[in-house]
Design a binder for this molecule. Structure first.
Ligand code: NAP
Length: 312
């Protein structure tokens, strides 16, 4: 009998079909009576497939007594209770590296869209405004300072792109990194005060919740731009809206939100704000590579081999 796995997130056919060919897949995400499904099959489930935002805590895992592996289709695993998994000996895998370039491209796009007013210009053209008169001049990014919160795989790929655009890079993380030439800032407040663009690229979860609060936004200042491609939980969204309304910061570019898929109406109403629906890794190529890693990790696990990209 093939292993039985629980699908707890919506994933495209090119991932769910190969999964269904190898395993007995129970679609928990689309099942209305989730408790009934767990009562019927929970005893037999040995694997879970989720996405970056999926929550797997004790409430779900306690009902899966034979659970062996949680495979996250995404690099962020902040929704998975890692200590619980360690205590029960449940393996956790993710999909690092294959999505790095795409997410960094979106960060670069958000820097350009906010600085150069690309959406405002595009909307003006659609409205037939070109012939009607002058357009507002925007801001050159070359020569400006980008501060990166979380200089990991994606943070470094963002930095490389911004260096190519002539920007100066500084960063903040929990410690300075060896073999990195960018200036380390020992506190996030210092980084925010130093930079023109504050770019969030650290993991989500309790440790980073609301790291970007009203004080950090005040330090970024009225000519500063915030870009977040990491997790919505890292930014205090009401404080961000307040800072935009009062001109405490200039603008923001967001791919992620605190309560996805909800985007606050006040953000949508501000023309200078650029918002995207969490599309950092959403290319066919990258989603395919992420799906392959999910399959490879399951295959390795059920064959008793070392996992390809193990978190726990
Ligand atoms: P990574 O290589 O692990 O890098 C994370 C960086 O964050 C590290 O440099 C780490 O540096 C820093 N960091 C960790 N905890 C921190 C803290 N408490 N305060 C400050 N810095 C901290 O991860 P990655 O592959 O670059 O991915 C980063 C995040 O991007 C993911 O966790 C995910 O949430 C997000 N993401 C978003 C999308 C999207 O579609 N928008 C797609 C993929 C990933 P130190 O250890 O030195 O602190």
């Amino acid at each position: 009998m093939p292993p039985e796995i629980l699908l707890i997130a919506p994933l495209p056919d090119f991932i769910t079909q190969p999964l269904a060919e190898r395993y007995t897949v129970h679609d928990y995400y689309h099942t209305v009576d989730k408790s009934g499904l767990l009562a019927a099959v929970g005893e037999r489930i040995t694997g879970i497939v989720g996405v970056g935002g999926s929550v797997v805590g004790a409430a779900l895992a306690d009902r899966l007594p034979r659970l062996q592996i949680i495979s996250v289709h995404g690099v962020g695993y902040d929704g998975v209770a890692l200590d619980y998994c360690r205590a029960r000996g449940i393996a956790v895998t993710n999909t690092p590296d294959v999505l790095t370039d795409d997410v960094a491209d979106i960060a670069l796009a958000l820097v350009l869209m906010t600085s150069r007013g690309l959406l405002i210009a595009n909307r003006a053209l659609h409205a037939g405004d070109w012939a009607r008169g002058a357009r507002t001049l925007t801001t050159k990014i070359g020569g400006r300072r980008a501060g990166i919160l979380g200089l990991g795989r994606i943070g470094k790929a963002i930095a490389a792109r911004l260096v190519a655009c002539g920007m100066e890079i500084g960063y903040h993380g929990r410690a300075p990194q060896a073999n990195v030439s960018y200036a380390y800032h020992g506190s996030l407040m210092d980084l925010a005060a130093w930079c023109d663009y504050l770019i969030v690229a650290c993991p989500g979860g309790n440790a980073t919740r609301h790291l970007i609060h009203a004080g950090v936004l005040a330090a970024l200042g009225s000519t500063g731009t915030l870009v977040n491609i990491a997790r919505g939980s890292i930014v205090d969204e009401p404080a961000l809206i307040d800072a935009l309304e009062k001109g405490i910061i200039k603008t923001v570019g967001l791919d992620v939100f605190e309560h996805e898929p909800t985007v606050p109406a006040k953000l949508l109403a501000m023309p200078q704000v650029v918002v995207l629906p969490h599309i950092g890794s959403a290319t066919r190529e990258t989603r395919g590579a992420m799906g392959q890693l999910v399959l490879d990790n399951f295959e390795a696990h059920y064959a008793g081999r070392a996992l390809v990209t193990r978190v726990v």
